[in-house]
Design a protein around this ligand. Structure first.
Ligand SMILES: Cc1cc2nc3c(=O)[nH]c(=O)nc-3n(C[C@H](O)[C@H](O)[C@H](O)COP(=O)(O)OP(=O)(O)OC[C@H]3O[C@@H](n4cnc5c(N)ncnc54)[C@H](O)[C@@H]3O)c2cc1C
Ligand SMILES: Cc1cc2nc3c(=O)[nH]c(=O)nc-3n(C[C@H](O)[C@H](O)[C@H](O)COP(=O)(O)O)c2cc1C
Length: 683
């Protein structure tokens, strides 16, 4: 009784977080759900024997299943399964995706369709949460629908149901007089100045400080009148506390070497233990002072003896274990009031008084550690705080106006504000703490609620056994939209700091479909495949590994290398400014590895890769007829590109075959299904 299954498939942790909070909510109303990754099917549970299951799943790669759901997707698609294999199962499914990808929601749709085909009963329409507009907009209504089903099914009383939300008691009119408002403003200013002073009694510490930002009248700090005056805000109950940290006087001398990365906790998509690599080259490949383009830098690492840990193929990427910046960690720890003890031995355990069912320490933190270590290497302090965390921040301020606004932001009525002022601008925890200077969160609550810091993958642009080379493009987020410190992307900032001789920790990444030769084909096949490669920006990087591999193949077994079209479309703004790997690429043309190098310059000639494709129909069209031989590979660093290039190919097919757009997209979809059209797009 009261038992049901919650299953997730999650690559970067969002679906897992939603599934976990679903479990917590269900427990609050007296249910006893079990929570597993979808790939635990046939191990921890058998979906065909379950009565009720809520599934939260994303897509990754090019409409691929997350690595902890891939096996499940394969298993439920076996031809041998009977039409009523899942009969008896009631399910609800929530998909996470990003509508900027041409394979939007592919996996949730696929699972939904297949479960229904196997006789399972869909309880209500699949939810589609879109990262582009803010996941919460679809997540919350879906959870509401699910709970209305659970309520009837398990006969949950209204009282119990009310345990999930509560009416916020804090009203703005409690701080309404002009004098009080003035006083508050002065207090806020003084608090901010204290943040700017930075050191908080700890000298010589690198400390993040806020930059000046004028919040508009309606902003993160203040909602529109309808929300600000709402008398009956419905806010989620604060997540149950369950963890305690106790810090001793002992210092942990060198946690970095004493503690294994993230407690050796398994991570989807990672196939090796972390191992050390040495930076042997690091150079800018574009002008770092140019304001016109994103700075690009090339790094080469040597795996040394560890090379045996990693057998990489052209198209593969490696993960870098990226730490959080010291100044930001210091700022957060200072706010929590624990900076002076951040380097002492800290023991984490489950609070014996917790009411949370089956409370467990997050697997990615050590039981014995230091707070600095936890916040530097284990927790994601950059991802925009979710509503449960905002709820806890609301509990952690002494300022009634701050509390009210934070409650608004996590309330049912404040969903639009949350999306607009927190999620979309990608505010970090530090941004929130700057905006609400009286919030002093308990450090234990942050360890409970901050998501796991995930390593960042980079495609290799080389093909050597011991070394890997990569090019990255610097991400920049200026002060605006509520962000109080201009920052670079977490990984790209850290990569910027690397110098020759530095040691870094890397992890092997599960091979994806984007590789040469395709998975399951013998290596020598690669030399026989006609290739159409589309790689704007740093997207070209991965094709360098293809081309180096082909050059080696041609040298070492010329009989396997035959003359077929190998065409590369490279897109940049101005080849003299951000044309990367140009000498190598021209060398490949000269050596007969590439048959065509087509460069599309947006600034000089107003040409994007899509224009290049349309201009070269004679070369492109042969790739668009179904064939087991040829391959179209698209790799890029902007999510929007996925959709644009997809549309461009659809236009080409539609015009060539004189068919409608929808029909043309069906043709393309078939090419995708057979892996003739493969994308790898990140953004
Ligand atoms: C298989 C694969 C291969 C890859 N290969 C390469 C490669 O060869 N070269 C390369 O440069 N990159 C590559 N990437 C991307 C790379 O892994 C990183 O995602 C990228 O470098 C950014 O990382 P970061 O930590 O610097 O940025 P982050 O700190 O993670 O910030 C970037 C992301 O955070 C979100 N975000 C953060 N702040 C904001 C904000 N203010 N407003 C809106 N959104 C915000 C956005 O989603 C944004 O995309 C690859 C990715 C994959 C999946
Ligand atoms: C490398 C990468 C590839 C992605 N591919 C797709 C895709 O093909 N289709 C889609 O709908 N969303 C895609 N997404 C968006 C994710 O599904 C979305 O961000 C989701 O919230 C991630 O959830 P997760 O953290 O649980 O994996 C992709 C995201 C990344 C980073």
């Amino acid at each position: 009784m009261a038992d049901f299954l919650i299953a997730f498939g999650s690559q970067t942790g969002q679906a897992e977080t939603i599934a976990k909070s679903l479990k917590e909510k269900a427990e609050l109303v007296g249910l006893k759900p079990r929570l597993f990754a979808l790939d635990e099917n046939e191990k921890q549970f058998n979906l065909n024997e379950e009565n009720l299951c809520a599934i939260v799943v994303s897509s990754t790669g090019d409409g691929d299943a997350p690595d902890n759901a891939a096996r499940f997707v394969r298993r439920i698609n076996r031809r041998t399964l009977a039409d009523d294999f899942m009969k008896g199962l009631d399910y609800a499914i929530l998909g996470l995706g990003d509508s900027n990808y041409s394979s939007y929601q592919t996996i949730p749709r696929k699972i939904d369709k297949q479960l229904a085909a196997l006789g399972a009963n869909r309880l209500f329409e699949r939810g589609e949460a879109d990262d582009q507009v803010g996941l919460e907009l679809a997540v919350e209504p879906w959870i509401e629908q699910l709970f209305s089903v659970l309520r009837t099914r398990f006969d949950i009383s209204e009282d119990r149901m009310n345990a999930v939300t509560e009416a916020a008691q804090v009203k703005l009119n409690q701080v309404k007089t002009e004098d009080e408002k003035k006083e508050l403003l002065l207090k806020r200013k003084a608090d901010e100045e204290e943040d700017e002073e930075g050191v908080g009694g700890v000298s010589g510490v690198d400390m993040l400080t806020p930059e000046h930002y004028d919040y508009p009248e309606v902003s993160l700090l203040k909602g529109p009148p309808a929300l600000a005056n709402h008398a009956n805000l419905q806010v989620p109950v604060a997540p149950q506390a369950f963890l305690v940290s106790s810090v001793s006087h002992k210092k942990l001398e060198n946690p970095k070497t004493e503690l294994k990365w993230q407690n050796s906790c398994k991570m989807p998509g990672v196939v090796t233990e972390p191992f050390e690599a040495l930076v042997v080259a690091a150079e800018f490949v574009t002008d770092p002072f140019s304001t016109k383009i994103k700075t690009k830098r090339m790094i080469t690492v040597d795996f040394g003896e560890n090379a045996k840990n990693l057998q990489y193929e052209p198209g593969d990427a490696i993960y870098f274990c990226v730490p959080n910046p010291a100044a930001e960690v210091n700022f957060i720890l200072k706010r929590c009031g624990v900076l002076p003890i951040a380097d002492q031995l800290c023991e984490l355990s489950i609070d014996k008084k917790t009411e949370k069912i089956n409370a467990q320490l997050p697997g990615h933190v050590h039981k014995e550690t230091t707070l600095r270590h936890v916040f530097t290497t284990c927790l994601d302090i950059r991802r925009a705080p979710g509503r449960p965390l905002i709820r806890v921040l609301a509990e952690s301020t002494s300022d009634v106006a701050e509390k009210r606004r934070l409650l608004e932001l996590c309330s049912a009525q404040g969903m639009k504000d949350f999306t607009e002022y927190v999620r979309q601008p990608g505010l970090s925890l530090a941004d929130m703490l700057f905006a609400f200077p009286n919030v002093k969160p308990p450090v234990d609550r942050l360890i409970e609620l901050l998501p796991r810091l995930i390593p960042r993958p980079y495609s290799m642009s080389s093909y050597e056994s011991r070394r890997a080379r990569l090019v990255y493009s610097e991400m920049e987020f200026p002060v605006s939209e509520g962000r109080r410190h201009s920052r670079k992307g977490l990984a790209t900032d850290w990569l910027n700091s690397l110098r020759v001789g530095d040691k870094v920790e890397v992890l092997g990444k599960e091979p994806a479909r984007f590789r040469l030769p395709p998975l399951g084909q013998p290596k020598n096949n690669a030399g026989k495949l006609p290739l159409l490669m589309v790689g704007p920006g740093t997207g070209v990087s991965v094709f360098l590994s293809f081309l180096h591999f082909l050059a080696k193949l041609k040298r070492e077994s010329p009989e396997s290398f035959i003359d077929v079209p190998r065409i590369l479309f490279f897109g940049c703004r101005d080849v003299t400014v951000d044309g990367i790997y140009m000498n190598e690429l021209h060398g490949f043309v000269k050596d007969g590895i590439l048959t065509d190098l087509i460069i599309c310059e947006s600034e000089q000639k107003g040409e994007r890769v899509q224009d290049g494709l349309k201009k070269n129909l004679d070369k492109v069209l042969p790739f668009l007829t179904p064939s087991s031989e040829s391959k179209i590979f698209i790799c890029g660093d902007a999510k929007g590109m996925s959709k644009d290039v997809w549309q461009c190919f659809a236009d080409i097919v539609a015009a060539d075959q004189n068919i409608a757009d929808l029909e043309a997209k069906k043709t393309l979809m078939n090419l995708k299904k057979t892996d003739q059209y493969i994308e790898d797009v990140w953004g």
